[in-house]
Design a protein around this ligand. Structure first.
Ligand code: GSH
Length: 211
């Protein structure tokens, strides 16, 4: 019963790795060298035709892509890990709301920041495209800060769930530590809570040193 996770240090695969660690599932990690665009070459493109990471292959050889779908699938396959509250509960609705906000409204902005050339054929316009994406990124994080966490430390108060992992990982990307601590204290507290979880400490330290 071993999963295979394709990913890169500190990337979206950290969300999936953290979920697997919380579950206590066995997995093999296959690094994909994003610095050399290995996600767009060779064998990997037949595993994930969208040419992105993460990809998770289940012990039954089912290929899963899309980080939110992977997290939800893992939560369903391993209910004992408590990654999500019970189906149809208000807590589940809240957890899904902010998980999907992170997946649909936050995560895609990073592609614009990292690859502005995909969004503008005009080389001279790319710095502006990136700056606008950075502004959108910060604004959407302010929405999370003001609405997703309440008293905290987690999205569901003192009850940890998969949404906390997802938000914590994304919050380590593309935000200066001092801007984050000034403007996103609740998000930082949530990330610290995730980082301190006994099963996640090592992953966090090697994935996000100094963050
Ligand atoms: N919607 C995808 C987004 C995945 C994604 O953008 N992954 C980034 C790494 S964190 C990636 O592979 N970037 C490389 C590229 O876009 O070429 C998901 O949620 O899994």
């Amino acid at each position: 019963m071993t999963y295979t996770l394709y990913g890169a240090k500190g990337s979206g695969s950290s969300i999936i790795e953290a979920a697997l660690l919380e579950i206590g599932a066995a997995y093999a990690f296959k690094p994909v060298d994003m610095r050399h665009d290995a996600q767009r070459e060779g064998e990997y493109t037949s595993i994930n035709p969208h040419q992105k990471i993460p990809t998770l292959v289940t012990p039954e050889s089912e290929t899963l892509t899309e980080s939110a779908a992977i997290v939800l699938t893992l939560a369903e396959r391993h209910p004992q890990a408590g990654l999500l509250p019970p189906a149809a509960s208000p807590e589940r609705a809240r957890a899904l709301r902010w998980l999907l906000f992170a997946a649909a409204e936050l995560y895609p902005v990073i592609e614009i920041v990292d690859y502005p050339e995909r969004f503008s054929p005009d080389e001279a316009a790319r710095a502006g495209v990136r700056e606008r994406a950075n502004e959108i990124w910060r604004r959407r994080w302010l929405t999370v800060e003001a609405n997703a966490i309440d008293e905290g430390p987690c999205v569901l108060g003192h009850t940890f769930c998969a949404t906390d992992i997802y938000l914590a990982v994304l919050s380590r990307w593309n935000l200066a530590n001092d801007w984050r601590s000034e403007h996103l204290p609740r998000v930082d507290r949530l990330a610290n809570e995730v980082a301190a979880r006994p099963k996640l400490r090592q992953l966090w330290a090697r994935s996000f040193p100094g963050k």
